[in-house]
Ligand binder design. Structure first.
Ligand code: F6P
Length: 467
């Protein structure tokens, strides 16, 4: 597919790259390729296009790979000082910018922008500068550079100064905060973030809502977005890949194992399933999801013994205490529900925390109901993937605060993520949706979810940047 564009070089920059390394006991390095929209998107331009992906070394394995000169063609890992990276990634990107855009602060006590914050901000600047310099060094004249996400908000501005000849795009995979929340940041920092991003020729967002919030911040804080163009590209599910992958042998094996765990109801029929799959992420609202499930069992006791909440909550950002505490709370609550309601033959919550993609696909296939109830989410691809993969079609219970709501809202059962009672009601409604309605909705959800597959999503951004 390289044909559409071999005239320009393309560079991608993101914190997490397409490959990571771990050290085996014998000292050798093991490479692991990641997935996701960018990886499959970039494959659309083909291996001969000379693309360069600049990313950060994230762990000891990655750093060792850089030192040994091990790497993949087309990937440049930056061995940024570990302490600088930790302050930039954990301290600023994940504990400040992520919290601002997902509105996660408990505002009576946080955030506190003190001297420690300023020290970490300096690390964030240094980390952004390392990316800008590597891109400036690696880019051919007139190349197109696609910078990713809240980790790298300062890169477009820095790169523009170093290399005015480049076409620079930036894409936000998160929501964007409303003005009132964004301006919690110290004024100079808020301005630096906006001006950094406005160094790009074009900025991409997942939904009109997030693009509008960004524009509103620019209007309120820096006198508008100037010449920078703004576009919306709602990343869709990769239907071909998902359908093929979810019928491979390892997924079939996990379906058998999961069916065993789910079991049958008192009439001998397979129990109904409410499925959720998430990183254990504060914004995903897993705890309120469990509370809603418990309320369903209270309000509608007829579901006892007849339904199972299959919840996969995969560890994420465990360097941060608040994520570790949240993970523990998810596990504690799942156990509490199982103790309170479980019987000899029925485990009400089947919780798994060990990341297993094949098992996630198995759960997707078995889903009667998909529960996607984030507090706030850039898109949420699970909401798009389950309808595509589910064997018998599924009902989608979807938070109105997920980016996916913009495209899927009409055929989902919509919830306010804070309203546990309302979510319990929506779960009941989803479980009792008449078969023909469920089938029709699944068909429309699938069409909407796959409207912009990753390859097209990526090419659209590229073409728009170069237009
Ligand atoms: O949503 C933003 C994002 O950076 C995604 O691109 C990614 O899937 C997720 O957060 C994971 O974050 P991390 O790299 O911190 O594990």
């Amino acid at each position: 597919m390289a044909s559409t564009r071999d005239s320009h070089q393309i560079l991608v920059a993101s914190n997490r790259g397409p490959v990571s390394y771990s050290l085996r006991e014998d000292g050798s390095l093991q490479a692991r390729r990641g997935g996701g929209g960018l990886v499959s998107g970039l494959s659309a331009i083909g291996p001969d296009a000379g693309a360069l992906w600049v990313c950060a070394a994230l762990g000891d394995g990655d750093r060792e790979a850089v030192r040994r000169g091990v790497g993949e063609d087309g990937v440049r890992m930056l061995d940024i000082d570990a302490a600088v990276h930790a302050d930039a990634y954990n301290g600023i990107a994940n504990s400040v910018l992520w919290f601002v855009h997902h509105m996660l602060y408990q505002t009576p006590v946080e955030p506190v922008f003190d001297a420690e914050f300023r020290r970490q901000w300096a690390a964030y600047e240094a980390y952004n500068r390392a990316f800008a310099e590597a891109l400036a060094e690696g880019a051919a004249p007139g190349a197109s550079v696609l910078v990713q996400d809240y980790h790298l908000t300062l890169v477009p501005g820095m790169l523009r100064e170093l290399r005015p000849d480049l076409r620079i795009g930036h894409f936000s995979h998160t929501p964007w905060a409303p003005v009132e929340y964004f301006r919690m940041l110290p004024d100079d920092i808020a301005e630096q973030v906006l001006r950094g991003m406005l160094g790009a020729d074009r900025l991409g967002f997942l939904t009109h809502r997030w693009a509008g919030a960004f524009t509103a911040c620019c209007d309120a804080l820096v006198g508008g977005a100037g010449d920078t163009r703004i576009g919306v590209h709602g990343l869709g599910a990769d239907a071909d890949f998902l359908r093929a992958r979810s019928h491979e042998a390892d997924v079939e094996e996990r379906i058998t194992a999961l069916r065993e765990e789910i079991g049958t109801d008192p009439d001998g029929a397979p129990r109904r399933t409410i499925v959720r799959v998430d990183r254990t992420e504060l914004s995903k609202n897993i705890v309120r999801g469990l509370l809603a499930y418990r309320q369903l069992l209270d309000d509608e006791p007829s579901w006892r013994e007849r339904v199972v909440h299959v919840a996969f909550a995969y560890p994420s950002r465990q360097d941060l205490a608040v994520y570790r505490e949240y993970t523990a709370e998810v596990q504690r609550l799942a156990e509490e529900i199982n103790e309170q309601y479980g019987t000899d033959g029925w485990t009400p919550v089947v919780l798994h925390v060990k990341d297993d993609f094949a098992r996630s696909l198995a759960a997707y296939r078995l889903a009667d109901v998909a529960l996607v109830n984030p507090i706030r989410d850039g898109m949420n691809l699970v909401a798009k993937e389950v309808p595509v993969v589910s064997d018998d079609g599924c009902a989608l219970v979807l938070s109105r605060e997920a980016g996916a709501y913009e495209e899927l809202g009409d055929d989902a059962l919509t919830v306010n993520p804070y309203d546990v009672t309302g979510t319990a009601r929506a779960l009941h409604e989803a479980l009792t949706l008449p078969a023909d309605d469920r089938a029709e909705r699944t068909k429309r959800l699938t069409a909407a979810a796959t409207a912009l597959p990753p390859a097209q999503w990526f090419l659209d951004q590229l073409h728009a940047l170069e237009a």
